[in-house]
Design a protein around this ligand. Structure first.
Ligand SMILES: *Cc1c(COP(=O)(O)O)cnc(C)c1O
Length: 239
């Protein structure tokens, strides 16, 4: 008689579902699946849950607070790529540099200067994305579409910092189709900037799409999708 088969953990199952959805979106858009990285957004979630995601094969994790990321960095295996996706204060930059794989949320020259300064000091290079407020929402950080190319060019002139692409946080909507326009616009912007052939700028990364809209984002060219709730469940914030 067979023993009982342990139920696959919910996190493992969620990851399988998200991966399948990404695969299907790639197919619809005639894209190669290998172009898209799934970032498991683990903010507010305990280490045990990150371990489960790691067991399921996740190696890219996203966090939005420096201290929380550093605690998890110390507690988790060394082959994880850590993504900073939250608004970043200049006085926290030094903790990240040398540990973070990609900073998605650079939205000012002063922040980039601080990252560059710290990278030079440590003798490392740092990869970043410029955050764009494509929808022009009052409540969101990020540059305007109009300012983006200038900011990218200015940052590219700094030592030890590479602009790998653009990131956006689309509005919260019930119907993900409403965000398609913003993903299309971010992609256009990245193509425009790429054409300018700026030194130290590659525009190979487009970080867009979250639990509610990552499939549409993949259809429109996302290379990184940031999925939290869809993997780990709803977040409860203790204030
Ligand atoms: C929290 C967060 C996410 C994940 O959001 P979900 O809707 O839970 O998938 C993605 N990107 C950023 C910048 C975030 O802060």
């Amino acid at each position: 008689m067979r023993g009982t088969v342990p139920a696959m953990s919910e996190i493992h199952e969620n990851i399988k579902t998200v991966r399948k959805n990404i695969e299907n979106a790639c197919e619809r858009a005639a894209r190669d699946r290998s172009e898209v990285t799934l970032i498991a957004v683990s903010k507010t979630k305990p280490i045990e849950m990150l371990r489960e995601a790691y067991e399921a094969g996740c190696r890219d994790f996203g966090e939005n607070k420096v201290q929380e990321m550093m605690e998890k960095y110390d507690a988790m295996p060394g082959d994880i790529r850590w993504h900073m996706i939250g608004h970043l204060q200049r006085n926290k930059v030094r903790y990240l540099v040398g540990k973070v794989y990609l900073i998605h949320s650079v939205d000012s020259f002063r922040l980039a200067e601080e990252i560059s300064r710290e990278a030079v000091k440590k003798g490392v290079t740092v990869n970043i994305l410029v955050e764009v407020n494509v929808a022009g929402e009052e409540s969101k950080f990020g540059t305007t579409c109009e300012e983006t190319a200038d900011l990218v060019r200015k940052i590219a002139g700094l030592p030890n910092i590479f602009v790998k692409g653009l990131m956006t946080i689309a509005p919260y909507v019930e119907n993900s189709e409403e965000n398609r326009q913003y993903f299309v616009n971010l992609r256009k912007l990245s193509v425009d900037i790429k054409k300018q052939n700026i030194d130290n700028v590659s525009m190979e990364v487009l970080s867009m799409g979250m639990t509610g809209d990552y499939e549409v984002a993949v259809e429109e060219g996302a290379t990184c999708v940031r999925v939290g709730t869809g993997i780990f469940g709803e977040r409860t914030y203790h204030l």
